[in-house]
Design a binder for this molecule. Structure first.
Ligand SMILES: [Zn+2]
Length: 410
């Protein structure tokens, strides 16, 4: 095990001060590293000795008369404490409360008060979390101090660091997150995500989820070979046409994964996921649907396109909310012609989506899936989003509830 301590501090320094630095601690082992991505404390933090608070990514500090404004265009607070600006300027994840207090010769209570006010508005991170990752490379350094320098210039290390920062800007703003979003990103590896489908949206979603840290993402297609229509400014290239889809997807998973995957051993030997999630594009495999329902595996459906439109959802949580049968019964009741259309679509060849639609839908679905993975919440739970190709920003939602004739809630 190779331990990369305080990468968090390094990332924080990058975020807050534009620096790139890395500090290492611990032993060295070839397979894994631990990336510590938040500083060391809790928010009771404002009262903890080792807390190194920092403003969240994107928080702005503006002068407003005698006071300062801390926040964003959407929300923020005014601080009227006479030393507030100086204190806030030192919330960069590099100093503890007492260090800030000593540095500025300000009473510690005043420092804690400012941090407490910012924490109440969810503008500051105060916890620490660590990430354990597989190493793409073998470090030969045995000396801790030397190793720190090695890491500062290590391409793979810096690459991971730079790829993590944008992902953290998603998770750090989730409710009750105080560690910069680090533990949420790390937990994305705990999901076994299978994407089942043959279309462009499936392959785009596959790449996006891997790049977002969902390392155990696999693509399941009935196509054996990569075909011309798979090329859509996405992850497959013209030179891939005719190649084995499974083999290329395996290669891509190593290229795209946010967290390095081991080169030679099975991916499953890394960290075994304990949670499962399925995404189906197009026709839903009835046998697997039954299995997911009985095993309690959440599944999201993205229907084949219907004219110049496409339906996303619902995300089914077995045992809670409507299942696909509930949705089907409700739709049949609401529109007599729907059953016949559905019957025809079941046997018709699937329509491929335009490139722009594929990217838009894959991006939207990826955001909903990440939110669900990170928080257990999603707008698509029990709800279907209808996207018109010609008016993509005006998404319509249709909500469903469990149907008494279905029986899934017994
Ligand atoms: Zn049902």
């Amino acid at each position: 095990m190779l331990t990369l301590g305080r990468l968090l501090a390094a990332i924080l320094a990058t975020l807050c001060a534009g620096k790139t630095s890395a500090v290492t601690k611990g032993d060295s082992s070839p397979m894994r590293k631990t990336m510590e991505l938040a500083h060391e404390s809790t928010i009771s933090s404002s009262h903890s000795e080792s807390s190194k608070p920092r403003l969240k990514v994107g928080v702005r500090v503006l002068t407003k008369g005698e006071a300062i404004f801390v926040g964003s265009a959407e929300f923020g607070i005014e601080l009227h404490s006479p030393r507030a600006r100086e204190i806030v300027n030192h919330l960069n994840g590099l100093q503890t409360n007492s260090e800030i207090s000593a540095l500025l010769a300000v009473d510690i209570k005043q420092v804690e008060e400012v941090i407490s006010q910012l924490d109440k508005e969810h503008l500051v991170d105060t916890h620490s979390s660590t990430l354990e990752i597989h190493s793409r490379f073998h470090s030969h350094s045995r000396n801790g101090a030397t190793h720190q320098n090695d890491l500062a210039f290590d391409g793979a290390y810096l690459q991971i660091q730079s790829k993590l920062i944008p992902e953290l800007s998603f998770t750090t703003w989730l409710k009750d997150v105080r560690d910069g979003g680090v533990s949420h990103i790390g937990s994305r590896r705990d999901i076994d995500l299978q994407i089942i489908g043959d279309n462009r949206i499936a392959s785009l979603l596959f790449g996006i989820m891997l790049s977002s840290g969902v390392s155990h993402t696999t693509l399941h297609s009935s196509h054996v070979r990569i075909e011309t229509q798979d090329i859509c400014a996405g992850y497959f290239r013209a030179s891939d046409i005719g190649l084995s889809l499974n083999a290329r997807a395996e290669e891509l998973s190593r290229e795209l994964s946010l967290f390095p995957l081991p080169q030679k051993i099975s991916k499953n030997e890394e960290i075994l996921p304990t949670r499962s999630l399925r995404v189906v594009l197009g026709k839903v495999p009835a046998d697997q649907l039954q299995e997911w329902m009985s095993q309690g595996i959440p599944h999201l459906i993205i229907e084949d396109p219907d004219g110049a439109s496409i339906n996303i959802g619902p995300l089914v949580i077995p045992g809670s909310g409507p299942c696909l049968r509930c949705v089907r019964i409700t739709r049949e009741e609401g529109d007599l012609i729907w059953r016949e259309i559905e019957w025809q679509r079941a046997f018709a060849q699937s329509l491929e989506t335009p490139v722009a639609v594929a990217h838009s839908v894959a991006g939207t679905v990826a955001l909903e899936l990440l939110r669900f993975i990170d928080t257990g919440q999603s707008t698509l739970i029990g709800s279907m989003a209808h996207i018109n190709y010609h008016s993509p920003c005006n998404t319509e939602h249709r909500n469903f509830s469990q149907h008494p004739a279905c029986g899934c809630n017994w």
